[in-house]
Design a protein around this ligand. Structure first.
Ligand SMILES: [Zn+2]
Ligand SMILES: [Zn+2]
Length: 234
């Protein structure tokens, strides 16, 4: 039900990965994938994206793998704005990432969120509501098909736990995914989201996909968490 033959989340030496795009493609074939998504990190200020897309399209003509060109962009604020360049070239998808907490006026570092929760300035339930709302809005804000990357990986960094989310939170995300055609990734690097979240989303008909979040060729299409959590979905 989650296709292990397609890895939608990888990073090359274009950003913070160790290996060039071509090495990631060769590794994807060696891992037995049929589809590989190349999805380096972007910000609004990124200027190399047109060259990146061109390189991925060129590589696609030289491999039996189906290559897809994405990017990973963080959710900036509670309105769900994404940290994407204005002038986007043609992309196949965007990984929507919770790298920082989407605050009222912009991203808030998880250490700061933890401190604000600990001293009682912020309330955990409000934080969870705001994160879920911002994530749902980000799906709707995405100009290309969105995939929620490492959903809820932010929570433990803030001293929060995925189990604190209630079914209404998960339903809100499911509604947003179904309305936008958004997928939810099972992330190998962060081993998230958890089985309860995935089961809930799967039952609601949300498409689940696999992402290694590989930052080196050796990790492309290699799964340990994916089969474990997949077994808990039925
Ligand atoms: Zn990420
Ligand atoms: Zn990533």
């Amino acid at each position: 039900m989650i296709d292990p033959g397609a890895d939608w989340h990888t990073h090359s030496s274009t950003t913070d990965g160790q290996d060039p795009l071509i090495a990631m493609v060769i590794a994807g074939a060696a891992a037995g994938l049929h589809t590989l998504g190349l999805s380096d990190h972007v910000r609004a200020s990124t200027t190399w994206l047109p060259d990146y897309v061109r390189e991925v399209r060129t590589l696609a003509g030289r491999t039996p793998l189906t290559l897809r060109c994405g990017v990973e962009a963080k959710i900036l604020d509670r309105a769900g704005r994404l940290d994407l360049p204005d002038d986007l070239p043609e992309l196949d998808y965007v990984l929507v990432a919770d790298h920082q907490f989407p605050g009222e006026d912009g991203p808030v570092h998880p250490d700061r969120v933890r401190a604000l929760l600990e001293d009682g300035t912020w309330d955990a339930a409000d934080c969870l509501d705001q994160l879920v709302t911002a994530t749902a809005l980000a799906l709707a804000a995405s100009p290309v098909p969105p995939v929620l990357a490492h959903l809820f990986s932010l929570l433990p960094k803030c001293g929060l736990d995925e189990e604190q989310l209630d079914d209404q939170h998960l339903d809100a995300l499911a509604d947003a995914c179904l309305a936008t055609g958004g997928w939810v990734e099972v992330n190998e690097k962060w081993r998230c989201p958890g089985a309860r979240t995935l089961r809930h989303l799967h039952r609601r008909g949300v498409t689940l996909s696999a992402g290694s979040d590989a930052h080196r060729a050796a990790d492309v299409g290699r799964w340990a968490y994916l089969p474990l959590v997949s077994a808990e979905l039925t």
